[in-house]
Design a protein around this ligand. Structure first.
Ligand code: SF4
Length: 290
């Protein structure tokens, strides 16, 4: 892995409408490339034009730009912490760009959605709590209840048990947390036991929602990389992909219906929502009024 520095022209990607999954209107990528190196990561697709996904690029003027851009934004809406990297990957521990960005977000009072696979997020509980006065939600991306399996499919990220321990700390601090249960990989972690264990551990860790996807997207370079890893680590699953995958963009688990039903029942039992709570400016006005 090589680390490069660059000067970016902008730091926030603005969407016309908030995305339907996470309700994010602005996406903030402080880094390019991701040290977590999940074998299924969509950021390897050609459309993102990342030549070497193993290299990390640090946007050294990110904080300066963020300050300028937030100051000029007319619409207060949710900022997401990046879509092609994890804002809490190991390099953040020394660079501290995410922490500095949160300080700016506190100052400009914007709502926030964090998505991460790292327990490093615990470091920033103080700032996320502060942002919660407006709106803050932290989603932990969790795909396998088994630490050994998570270390194969997400080799650079802290194992699942560490993510749940971090979630508990955030929930105990009063921060809204949940699980993005995606991608559930066909023929690998698409088992009823996996879904049950993750839901039970999510409940224990104080999750208020679980957002699932029982399949993954596959295309060009990303698909080739994923298939190579499958062949290496999961030869049986690889044979199933070769047999069943017909070139479609979304390849869903053959157990999708059964897993969806199970998750719904488990979420009802544990009183966990299946949607992310999102920022509604009127709620803030109501709170101020009363
Ligand atoms: S943490 Fe997210 S961005 Fe990073 S490699 Fe994994 S899926 Fe990709």
């Amino acid at each position: 892995m090589a680390v490069h520095h660059t000067k970016a022209r902008t730091i926030l990607t603005r969407y016309k409408t908030a995305d339907p999954w996470f309700h994010i209107k602005y996406s903030m990528n402080l880094y390019r490339g991701c040290q977590h190196q999940c074998i299924y990561c969509d950021s390897r697709s050609s459309c993102y034009r990342i030549e070497n996904f193993e290299d990390i690029i640090i946007k050294e003027n990110a904080i300066e730009l963020l300050q300028k851009e937030l100051k000029s934004l007319k619409e207060k809406n949710t900022i997401g912490t990046g879509s092609m990297n994890d804002a809490y990957m190991p390099i953040e521990e020394t660079m501290g760009l995410t922490r500095k960005a949160l300080e700016v977000i506190v100052r400009y009072k914007f709502p926030l959605h964090v998505i991460t696979k790292s327990d490093l997020v615990v470091r920033d509980i103080d700032l996320i709590k502060e942002i919660s006065r407006v709106h803050a939600v932290v989603s932990f991306s969790i795909t396998s209840a088994n630490d050994q399996l998570s270390s194969i499919i997400e080799p650079g990220a802290p194992v699942t048990s560490k993510r749940f321990a971090a979630m508990k700390k955030l929930s105990d601090a009063g921060i809204t947390t949940g699980v993005t249960l995606m991608p559930i990989l066909p023929h690998i972690n698409d088992t009823p036991e996996n879904i049950t264990l993750i839901t039970e551990q999510a409940k224990e860790a104080g999750a208020s929602y679980i957002l699932p996807s029982f399949g993954l997207t596959l295309r060009d370079k990303q698909k080739d990389y994923f298939f190579k890893k499958l062949e290496n680590f999961f030869p049986e699953a690889y044979r199933e992909y070769i047999k069943n995958y017909k070139g479609q963009y979304a390849y869903m688990s053959p157990n999708q219906k059964e897993l969806e039903n199970r998750l719904k029942l488990l979420c009802q039992k544990h009183q966990i929502n299946m949607a992310i709570p999102y920022y509604k400016p009127e709620d803030i006005i109501q709170t101020k009024l009363f």
